[in-house]
Design a protein around this ligand. Structure first.
Ligand code: PSV
Ligand code: MN
Length: 432
């Protein structure tokens, strides 16, 4: 299919109107950082090298269990999702990777999909399996569980789906499988906690055994929902036990929305990194639960604290450089492309701020129990406006200084609203 792109001429002419102001801001910030012994150009280069994957399901309008409000021009197939992902990448330049979800994104032409992605300067990251919904026409139902179902045949169906995801991922050039299951219970006594986790481990062993040698299995935990009393893989402790049981190539994936509201997620990140079990993230933000709001939109300080732990772990040599950074959010009230652009920027911004923490002073203050000075190191870095670094990194990589502005001027959504009429009221895009 011919893909619509944002023209580089438009990006160039829009950038021309903003470049002088950006240069001024960048130089000013550069002088401020230099006073702290920091090179703005070096930070910019590290920001340029940082990427975060776009979830294929994120480019469609999301929804809640009450309703889904479709967006005119939203993608109707994996090909159109790819097209939208390329717009995000062309403008923002830090999202070249797509994380896809089977069977939502299934196509008989995976080879063609991979080639199309390459043409667009994209590639495929972790593949996500889905045993939290019944597929139309599926022989057996996941109503009472999938990998942990009491019926061995249902477990086998779920395992076979995960194996098929691996095969599909191999065709796409992916290197990881993310497994999140909705299995759990709604009532005390409904199931035996120990037996259901044992069934999970048995099923997960079979999936792990099917992984190619250079693949990682990412285990995603979630506190609750769709099960409301207990969830089999409910927290990082259970995820850690499962990943440790399975082997070196099994790691824990931290979705920011999958914790109780007051949980200290940055501390979980530090623990998992320390013991080599941190595999990656699903970034999003929330106020109440798994709200799936735009990353950095509610609690940007927490996002910064997570990256602060990642930078610390990196200094310790904990191998966090190769983590799978992904966005996982649901766009119910915004244009998904705009939300994804701003989320990717917020995530890169949290990283940039973490890079400018004065580590020597921080570590000295920690060792000397100088509480105020320790706290101040984080606050100072967090309050430093790193926007000019992010914008300059984007500009030098061929992206837009102001991506949302260029997206709006481009008329991309209006054009897609014309050439992507909704099909029968339903689309495969978005979380419902
Ligand atoms: C579950 O809430 C989750 O976070 C998992 O990552 C799913 O794959 C994704 O959302 C989409 O439903
Ligand atoms: Mn997730």
């Amino acid at each position: 299919m011919p893909f619509s792109r944002i023209s580089s001429d438009l990006i160039g002419s829009e950038n021309a109107t903003r470049l002088a102001a950006l240069q001024e801001d960048y130089e000013f910030l550069g002088r401020k950082l230099a006073r702290r012994g920091l090179s703005i150009d070096r930070i910019k280069e590290r920001v340029k090298a940082f990427t975060v994957a776009i979830p294929s399901w994120g480019v469609g309008a999301g929804g809640t269990r009450f309703a889904r409000f479709p967006l005119a021009g939203e993608p109707r197939s994996v090909w159109e999702k790819l097209e939208d992902c390329s717009v995000v990448q062309d403008l923002g330049r830090n999202t070249p990777c797509i994380s896809i979800h089977f069977p939502w994104d299934w196509t008989d032409d995976l080879k063609g999909l991979r080639q199309a992605a390459v043409q667009l300067g994209l590639h495929f990251g972790p593949v996500n399996s889905n045993t939290f919904q019944d597929r139309p026409g599926a022989e057996l139902s996941y109503k009472y569980g999938s990998l942990t179902h009491t019926d061995r045949h249902v477990q086998e169906q779920a395992i076979a789906h995960n194996r098929a995801c691996i095969e599909g991922g191999v065709a796409l050039g992916s290197k990881a499988l993310t497994v999140w299951i909705g299995d759990g219970t709604n009532f005390p006594g409904q199931q035996d906690f120990t037996a259901s986790f044992d069934r999970y481990l048995e099923s997960a062993e079979k999936i792990y055994a099917a992984l190619p040698g250079d693949w990682t299995l990412l285990i995603e935990h979630k506190l609750y929902e769709p099960a409301f009393y207990s969830t089999v893989i409910q927290d990082w402790g259970t995820s850690y036990i499962a990943a440790t049981h399975l082997g070196d190539r099994a790691k824990c994936l931290v979705d920011l929305g999958h914790h109780a509201p007051t949980v200290n997620i940055e501390m979980i990140v530090a623990r998992l990194a320390r013991f080599g079990k941190l595999g990656g993230f699903h970034f999003n933000d929330s106020k109440y639960g798994d709200d799936d709001l735009d990353a950095g939109s509610i609690d940007p300080f927490r996002l910064f604290l997570i990256f602060n732990e990642l930078v610390e772990a990196d200094l310790r040599g904990s191998g966090v450089a190769s983590l799978e950074h992904m966005i996982d959010q649901s766009h119910n009230a915004t244009d998904p492309i705009e939300s994804l652009l701003l989320s990717a920027e917020a995530i890169a911004g949290a990283y940039a701020r973490a890079l400018i923490v004065d580590r020597d002073t921080l570590h000295g203050a920690q060792a000397g129990n100088d509480v105020i000075m320790a706290r101040e190191q984080l606050r100072t870095a967090y309050e430093t406006p790193m926007g000019p670094v992010l914008a300059m990194a984007r500009y030098e990589s061929g992206g837009a200084i102001d991506p949302v502005a260029v997206f709006r001027v481009s008329g991309y959504r209006e054009d897609r609203a014309r050439d992507r009429p909704a099909e029968g009221g339903a689309t495969s895009a978005g979380i419902v």
